[in-house]
Structure formats: C-alpha cells, structure tokens
Design a protein around this ligand. Structure first.
Ligand code: 2DT
Length: 211
C-alpha cells in the first residue's frame, strides 16, 4: 500500500440466526458497488475451507465435538482468512462481514460452564472492525422466519441466551439497528452508516481487536 492509498473499511453484521444479516450483507455490497465503492462480502463460518468443512459437519449435526474445541475451530477459521482480510482492506476494498468474533463469543458462552473471558482470548489480535451493526429482532419474530430449527443452536432458549450475550459488546463502534424494518429501508439505513465509516477510517490504521 502506498502512503497515499486509502484503505477500505471492515464492517461486521451481527445478530441472532435469521435476523437478516446474510440478505443485508449482499445488498450492502451491491449498493456500494453501484456507488463505485469497491466492496466484497465474506461470511463466518467460511464453510469452504478444510476447517470450515468440519464446522459445517458440526453445525449440521453430522458430528459432535467438545465445546471448547469447536470454539477454537471457529476462531481458527477467522485466523485462516486474516491475511486475506488485511490484504483486501489495504488494497482499498471494504469488506462486509456476515458474523465475526462476536458470534464466536456469544454462541459459545451461551453454553453451560464456558467462561466469557476464555471465549474472547483466541479472537484478540484479529483485525478490529471499524463498525459492527447488530441487527436486533425480537426472538418471537425470529422463530417465525423460514428455516429456523434446521441447524444446531436454532432453538428459542439458546437464541435468547445469545441475544442477551450480545448486550456485553455494546460499545462505541457497536451499534444496534432495528431489523424489523422493511428490507430496502433497512439497507438504506445500514448503507448510510457504512458510507460514513468508510470515509472516516480511510486514512486510519486498521487496529487489532481486543475483546
Ligand atoms: P450461519 O447460520 O450464519 O452460517 O451461522 N457460530 C458462528 C458460532 O458458534 N461461532 C462463530 O464463531 C460463528 C461465526 C452461529 C452458523 C452458526 O454458527 C454459529 C450460527
């Protein structure tokens, strides 16, 4: 990266299952590209890698794994993409990330007897998102959305715990957005935040995550 080049932003969408993250991240990339802003989408877990394939087997209940071991696999799945994330951001590409370290921590720590602090450890040092948008939807709405119940973790009791755990992350660059809005209105509102962030971080260094 030359001294004058501007970096892209690292933007994360978080929320409970079926809150609309995947739809919105695709729509955001499309909207940014329409504005001639280079942007790409990535998703965690990335099920296309060897580690991601084990995670996929675990989520689809083909295999069982000890809780701490699967937590470390989710984290390793992010670390295996870390060089690519840095490369893209430095090349001026904005990345819209569907789930990140926050999902890692809130899901594992919703399990019994797994300490929140322990869950944060392996995430520290990853690229720090410039903005995290938490798509908030009442659990009663989430369970009505199609597909809920097919994979591991997709039950009301667990999603309630996950929802509560997200509260622990609400700091300055972690904002909550009402996900019950009309899809295109929601995209417009998210896009506004993303464009503002891209502009405000373009000359800043990409930080390291500390949870
Ligand atoms: P998707 O339905 O979004 O593919 O997520 N999960 C995800 C974790 O437990 N730890 C993590 O680090 C990540 C990224 C959340 C699949 C499920 O995997 C959970 C739901």
């Amino acid at each position: 990266m030359t001294k004058t080049a501007m970096r892209g932003a690292l933007i994360v969408l978080e929320g409970c299952d079926r809150s609309g993250k995947t739809t919105q991240s695709s729509k955001l990339v499309e909207a940014l590209n329409n504005l001639k802003i280079p942007a790409k989408k990535i998703s965690f877990p990335d099920r296309s890698t060897p580690i991601g394939s084990i995670i996929n087997d675990y989520l689809s209940k083909k295999i069982d794994l000890p809780d701490k071991s699967v937590h470390l696999l989710f984290s390793a799945n992010r670390w295996e993409l870390e060089p690519e994330i840095r490369k893209q951001i430095e090349a001026g590409v904005t990345l819209i990330v569907d789930r990140y370290s926050y999902s890692g921590v809130v899901f594992t720590s919703a399990k019994q007897s797994i300490d929140f602090e322990w869950c944060c450890g392996p995430e520290n040092g990853l690229p720090k998102p410039d903005l995290v948008m938490f798509l908030k939807l009442p659990i009663s709405d989430i369970i009505k959305r199609s597909g809920f119940g097919d994979e591991r973790y997709e039950n009301i009791e667990f999603q309630n715990k996950v929802d509560k755990n997200y509260e622990k992350f609400k700091t300055d660059n972690f904002i909550e957005v009402d996900a019950a809005q009309d899809i295109s209105v929601l995209t417009k509102n998210l896009l506004e935040q993303v464009v503002k962030t891209i502009d405000s971080v373009k000359n800043q260094k990409l930080d390291k995550l500390v949870l």
